[in-house]
Design a binder for this molecule. Sequence first.
Ligand SMILES: Cc1cc2nc3c(=O)[nH]c(=O)nc-3n(C[C@H](O)[C@H](O)[C@H](O)COP(=O)(O)O)c2cc1C
Length: 356
Amino acid sequence: MSAVLPALLAPARTARDLAPEAAARLLAAARATPSAENHHFAQPRWDGQGTLSLDLDPAWDALPRQTRFLASMGVGAMAENLQLAAAGELAVLHEQWNWRATAGGTVATFDVAGGLGTAPAAIGTIARRCTNRQLFDPAPLDPTLVRRLDRAAAGVPGTVLHWITARPAMRAVAALAATAEGARFVNRTLHDEIFAHVRFDVGWERGCERGLPPGALAIERPMRPLFSLLRHWPLCAAGRWLGLGLGLGLRAGRLPALRSGALVAISAGDAGIKDAVHTGRAMQRLWLAATEAGLAVQPIPASCLFTLDWWQGVPPALRARLARGWESLIPGRQPLMLMRLGHAPAPAVRAGRPAE
Ligand SMILES: Cc1cc2nc3c(=O)[nH]c(=O)nc-3n(C[C@H](O)[C@H](O)[C@H](O)COP(=O)(O)O)c2cc1C
């Protein structure tokens, strides 16, 4: 009797509702999405029936513009994961976006709109996807594979994928990446921004639910003590005059870009929140397809983002130099994301996620 009553009192389910276990799997897929700081500023929610939503953090409006911009890419990636996970449950989600959403508001809802015939095989890829910051095999990716990945990531409104596979172009992009990544260590605002999210407290062997575990950063063992010291700004400020920016730009930007099988820039119409969401969505489509193909992936978007005139902490000369560089590579387009792809062993340490 006691087992029957709750079932009788529960609202009747329709073909467009989600079973609780299916909804839990969808929410887990949304949480598994990548985010710049390994923290989501939008929370996935289920209404107990057929609607899922993404709700902005209560502190959203007070976040710096660049944090909201990066978080919006995470929101786009979440939408992509939700659709893919729903397809795994044989459901199609109808999306509605509220581009004017503010703190605590719902930016997107996803209603079960009907059933699919077959589940795509890609669903397990959501859990396998991760950021791999090691140096990859520099052998060029097979052109057939590149075409397949391009097709998989195509179709997100306003976005264009720019494949950079020829060596001279890869060298040009590697120079831009070196400039931008090096600048992160010798400009106070950029320095503080990056080190604020590195969780030195968890040590080098473990992951963590929020922030970046140092072990996932692919820093060579002998370099780890030096890297730990770099979190102290006065040291970087002094090192600036000794070429620290050049050295770290080489290690964090140029080498990783060159030690890749291909680079892909993603451009979007402008640089509004909608463009960020769409860029994040295209990024995630590509990342999942690449994971499915057994490739390692790392986003290295600093050289793109530092071209935005409102990005704080970027000296005007650096911004102009990066903008000129990108303009010569992809004329008339605004790059918002840069990804490197290639073959590499799985990383020993990965970022985790909170359970709920
Ligand atoms: C918008 C965005 C920007 C990112 N930028 C960088 C970056 O500049 N360098 C980097 O190594 N990883 C970058 N990442 C990867 C995140 O740090 C990573 O997704 C997060 O720590 C969670 O780890 P996971 O991808 O292994 O799940 C970025 C991810 C996103 C979504």
